[in-house]
Design a protein around this ligand. Structure first.
Ligand code: FAD
Length: 433
């Protein structure tokens, strides 16, 4: 008999809650990764760097398993079908996995639980990708927190050393089972090619923690951790990062990790916010949704240098600095009056660190439609954002070299009138006109 451990967004053996539990559960363990066509088919770019990254990381885990005389299984297919086959091939006593909070994941996991139950195979699940999940941080009356400030205070008040203590697996890897690996899909089999986009490293530089509070708002300094992608796919453990932040007393950086937990619990409680505004009064905004203006925004041709620099950074590298994410999102929603969901989808396609909970949460924050958001009537001016955060134009020069020459386009819209237009559209939705 064996236990299966199903890796999803936790591509590491070390400090992996569900894997550690399986390894200590009394049967040999077979780790498994499933490439799910339901997710892959939605990706338009056949060189999507995230798919190449997952592929390489699964390869690395395969080698780690081999080094411990075990086998990591890799399959391509709908999870229910893959499990049906595996239950035929192996004598499976139980399946272990870590919680995944996105709406699609919840539906998928329900279907798999049901299928396994039909074969009398239990599915054991664990919290791994956040410090606190679901209902763990609640108001005194048992409600989910909708505002970050009180959530953060309650999160910090609850935190004990046990919440970020690692789940070591190194000592237990000899419990991995050696089974026939079967045929493994290649990237080409799944219709993808390896991307040439460089992937940020997974080390957290001590300098980042030291300087973060002072420099995090300056895109030219590029001083943030760049760990978003590794948190997304679990190639780094959140517990390890929280411990490092506490040791270094890097409070502001810790707050960013708490924002991540906050948005995860928000999406789990309110899954519909992935597709509609949290605030019911702001669901009837008459968006303009002008296609040509949307294209200009996507390609970084709006004539606003900070916006164009941000979009070009995103297109070229799969990353955009947080400050500039806010400015570009605000420009799309307020100045162009384009539905935040269009922007959310574009970021989802391009960001290496794309995370549904954080992307939706932040887009709704900027739009002013979210549970916790800036008030909808507060509208950034793209020019004053530039003066505040890239005064010397160092960031703009990097991404928009023609800025300041005759080749640089004139602004596609003007700020004061589009600002007033947005205020009117939001007000009309709020007042039910
Ligand atoms: P650091 O500044 O070093 O922060 C460390 C980690 O904290 C990040 O990797 C991330 O996991 C978390 N974090 C930081 N800021 C936030 C935040 N505001 N909300 C939630 N988590 C945060 N972040 C994503 O991880 N995925 C997204 O898809 C995403 N989309 C965004 C869309 C918009 C419109 C905006 C304004 C922000 C978005 N963010 C998103 C949040 C933030 O911009 C990124 O997490 C951050 O820029 C990633 O860079 P870093 O890894 O160097 O972060």
């Amino acid at each position: 008999k064996v236990f299966l451990f199903w890796h999803r967004r936790d591509l590491r053996f070390e400090d992996n809650a569900g894997l550690a539990a399986a390894l200590q559960g009394g049967q040999p363990v077979v780790p498994l990764f499933i490439f799910d066509p339901e997710i892959l088919e939605k990706l338009e770019n056949r060189q999507d760097a995230r798919v190449g990254f997952i592929y390489d990381e699964v390869q690395r885990l395969t080698e780690e398993a081999q080094a411990a005389s075990g086998t990591l299984l890799v399959r391509y297919g709908r999870p229910e079908e893959v499990f049906t086959e595996l239950l035929r091939e192996l004598d499976v006593a139980a399946v272990y996995t870590n919680h995944d909070y996105e709406p699609y994941a919840a539906t998928r996991d329900q279907a798999v639980t049901k299928l396994l139950a039909q074969h009398n195979v239990p599915l054991h699940t664990y919290k791994d990708q956040v410090i606190f999940e679901k209902d763990e941080v609640q108001t005194k009356t048992g409600q989910p927190y909708k505002i970050y400030g009180p959530y953060k205070r309650a999160w910090l008040a609850r935190l004990t050393e046990a919440d970020y203590r690692p789940h070591p697996s190194a000592d237990y890897l000899r419990k991995l089972a050696c089974v026939p690996a079967g045929s493994r899909p290649t990237l080409a089999d799944m219709g993808f090619e390896q991307s040439k986009e460089p992937i940020p490293g997974r080390q957290l530089a001590f300098r980042t923690l030291e300087q973060y509070a002072d420099t995090r708002d300056l895109p030219a300094r590029d001083s943030t951790s760049r760990l978003g992608l590794h948190l997304r796919f679990g190639t780094i453990s959140i517990r390890q990062l929280v411990q490092r932040a506490l040791e270094a007393k890097a409070e502001i950086w810790l707050s960013e990790l708490i924002w991540r937990d906050f948005f995860m619990q928000l999406l789990w409680h309110f899954p519909y916010t992935a597709h509609e505004s949290y605030d019911p009064k702001l669901r009837n905004i008459q968006w303009r949704n002008n296609e040509a203006e949307f294209q200009a925004w996507c390609e970084g041709r709006t004539g606003y240098p900070l916006i164009d620099a941000g979009m070009r950074q995103l297109n070229a590298t799969g990353f955009m600095h947080n400050r500039v994410r806010m400015a570009t999102a605000s420009f799309l929603v307020k100045n162009l009056l384009i539905d935040w969901k269009w922007g959310e989808a574009y970021f989802a396609a391009k960001l290496l660190d794309y995370e549904m909970a954080s992307n939706v949460g932040n887009w709704q924050w900027v739009a002013g439609t979210g549970a916790d958001s800036q008030p909808w009537f507060r509208i950034f001016s793209p020019d004053s954002q530039l003066t505040k955060f890239d005064k010397q134009h160092a960031y703009v020069q990097q991404w928009v070299p023609e800025f300041g020459t005759s080749r640089y386009p004139r602004p596609i819209v003007e700020h004061p009138s589009t600002r007033d237009r947005a205020l009117a559209a939001f007000r009309a939705s709020r007042d039910g006109h």
